[in-house]
Design a binder for this molecule. Structure first.
Ligand SMILES: Cc1cc2nc3c(=O)[nH]c(=O)nc-3n(C[C@H](O)[C@H](O)[C@H](O)COP(=O)(O)O)c2cc1C
Ligand code: SF4
Ligand code: FES
Length: 568
């Protein structure tokens, strides 16, 4: 399990069980002790198939790993095939499967983020030096983006995140065994209500405003899906309402796109804005239940949401629907809405073929409204201030506000609420206090790992949905990573391709094999450019979902805009 000379444990990607044979203990006898342990752990629960991942978390949290004998016992209790339980457990990076005869991992794990913004700030050095400082009783693993890219480098000791960290700080944290998340100082239900919160939900519930009026305001504001696809929010609510009842709603809190920090920003400050927007959405589509899918990398958000949802229920604010909070388990692909739905159903996060669209046939086969956290955050704000307030705020003939997640080589990174259509130069100079000292602006990622890499010479184009496609790029979740003359863009593209290789769900060959092959080709001293171009075309044309279709963007934009950096 160790990476040879560096002693860094391998990152187990989602779908690693698909690249090899999924490990599972065929035909094993049930271990009576394991069965008793699982029964004790699940006592008092009515076991549900869709809660399988929750039960796996329970076992992982209790025992520090998922032993084959516990998985066998769980399969037996749930009356599921062993293969079904093993394939789900092996899909998610945060579960540690231990087969018979294998040694369980050490009690403490440190995950070091090596996605782009952290790599720019020295993640590889931490990964190289940390194992020597913490000894054999602590496991050091590389891990993908943790949504705190503006405070890079980032690592997680147990469930506690360390930002702008160092080998010394992480070694001290490991020594102290401090592994619980810090709960931020956020606006709770009482404070939100004192400030007038839930006024708009009340207006909806008591009939002072109709669903049609709410949708009209959202359409007038031109609010578009901030998970990255940019689908108009009001129109989506209308479509879901047209589908037959019963309906459901699912909130996408997966925020895995490297560089994206905005949902975390709002969730850790003003969670009730998003919760009010969510409850208005559930009212609008008459959803019987709302499932909030929150990534496991945000344990403090999961804790605060649990507490605040209980308060909402006690206050009777959510009587019109049922709120269910679900915890992800370390898989970027579960941000893709149909994969998220599969995961909420307790399965592997494999994107579905479309049609049918999730608005017609989503969670448990029901018409489902899927919205991103930030899309919902804006709903009460827009109802409060009016459509005109939101839509009149754009720059360069674009409309609305965008929360840009800025990281990389700027002086003052973070979430920057700015007019949609602002240029990267304005964003760097007016919102981020310019480039770091001694660094010259060379290029930028406008939309995280998926959105391609643009050169400084294209620094004056408006950043918004639909404006970047002519340049082979897109804005997606507006995760902006700023690069400087110190950065080699071929290295940047390789980092991004490794991310896609790790996170490919493995379902389709062009993406599973293509990302792996591309990484190998990009690790050569001399790149085979025609072959990489051919591979890119196949991935774009033949992959099932957006991950495989967008994975070649970094390579193609590197070839187009930074040819001098390509190793030839
Ligand atoms: C590979 C991939 C990853 C995605 N990751 C996320 C994510 O982490 N969060 C999110 O809200 N949307 C993500 N999306 C977009 C969702 O599929 C979907 O469009 C979105 O949740 C809809 O909500 P919205 O209309 O409010 O944006 C992803 C899409 C793809 C193809
Ligand atoms: S493109 Fe295919 S293999 Fe890649 S993540 Fe999507 S469904 Fe999975
Ligand atoms: S937290 Fe490391 S790149 Fe996002």
């Amino acid at each position: 399990m160790s990476d040879g000379d560096t002693n860094v444990h391998q990152f187990r990607s989602p779908g690693f069980g698909r690249r090899k044979t999924t490990p599972h203990s065929k035909g094993r006898q049930l271990d009576p002790t394991a069965l008793e342990e699982i029964q004790a752990l699940l006592a008092g629960r009515t076991l549900q198939r869709d809660e399988l991942i929750e039960y796996l978390h329970l076992i992982q949290d209790t025992y520090g790993h998922l032993h084959a004998r516990h998985l066998n016992a769980l399969a037996s209790e749930m009356k599921l095939g062993m293969a079904e339980v093993f394939e789900v457990a092996s899909f998610y990076a945060h579960f540690d499967l231990v087969m018979e005869g294998e040694v369980p991992p050490p009690a403490l794990t440190i995950r070091v983020c090596d996605s782009l913004s952290c790599e720019l700030m020295g993640a590889q050095k931490i990964l190289a030096d940390l194992p020597g400082q913490v000894g054999q009783n602590v496991r050091v693993m590389r891990a993908p983006c943790m949504g705190r890219c503006h405070q890079a480098p980032v690592a997680e000791v147990g469930h506690k995140h360390h930002t702008q960290t160092s080998v010394a700080a992480l070694a001290a944290a490991a020594e102290a065994h401090d592994s619980h998340p810090d709960i931020p100082d956020y606006q709770d239900l009482a404070a939100y209500r004192t400030a007038g919160g839930y006024r708009h939900l009340h207006s909806c519930l008591n009939g002072s405003i109709s669903v049609e009026q709410v949708i009209e305001v959202l359409e007038g504001a031109n609010l578009r899906g901030l998970g990255g696809a940019g689908f108009p929010t009001g129109r989506k609510w209308k479509f879901v309402r047209m589908a037959p009842k019963p309906r459901l709603m699912a909130v996408n809190g997966d925020e895995g796109e490297p560089g994206t920090i905005k949902d975390h920003h709002y969730l850790t400050r003003t969670p009730h804005k998003f919760l009010e927007g969510m409850l208005i959405g559930a009212w609008a589509v008459e959803a019987e239940a709302v499932y909030i899918y929150m990534r496991d990398e945000y344990p403090e958000v999961i804790a605060l949401l649990k507490a605040e949802i209980a308060k909402l229920e006690a206050a009777g604010l959510s009587n019109h629907t049922k709120i269910v909070l679900r915890r992800g388990a370390g898989a970027y692909i579960c941000g893709e809405e149909s994969a998220m739905i599969e995961s909420i159903e307790g399965k592997r996060g494999l994107p579905r073929h479309r049609p049918p669209y999730v608005a017609q046939e989503g969670l448990f086969g029901r018409p489902t409204l899927v919205n991103n956290v930030e899309s919902l955050h804006w709903v009460p704000e827009i109802l409060e201030n009016g459509a005109e307030w939101f839509s009149s705020q754009g720059a360069n003939e674009r409309k609305g506000l965008r929360s840009f997640s800025v990281s990389g080589r700027v002086k003052n990174p973070g979430v920057k609420l700015a007019p949609a259509g602002i240029t990267i130069r304005q964003l760097i100079d007016d919102y981020c206090d310019g480039m770091q000292d001694g660094q010259t602006f060379k290029g930028y990622l406008p939309g995280g790992a998926s959105g391609g890499i643009l050169p400084a010479s294209l620094g004056d184009i408006p950043l918004d949905f639909d404006t970047l496609q002519p340049y082979g790029s897109f804005i997606g979740s507006a995760a902006v990573v700023v690069l400087s003359d110190q950065d080699n863009i071929a290295d940047v593209a390789l980092n991004l391709m490794k991310f896609f290789e790790d996170e490919s769900c493995g379902q389709c060959t062009p993406c599973r094999v293509g990302t792996e092959k591309a990484v190998k080709l990009m690790q050569q001293d001399t790149w085979n450019v025609p072959l990489l171009e051919q591979l890119s075309k196949t991935m774009m044309d033949a992959s099932i979902c957006g991950l495989g279709q967008a994975a070649p963007n970094p390579i193609l934009t590197l070839f187009k805009y930074f040819p001098e950096d390509v190793p030839r």
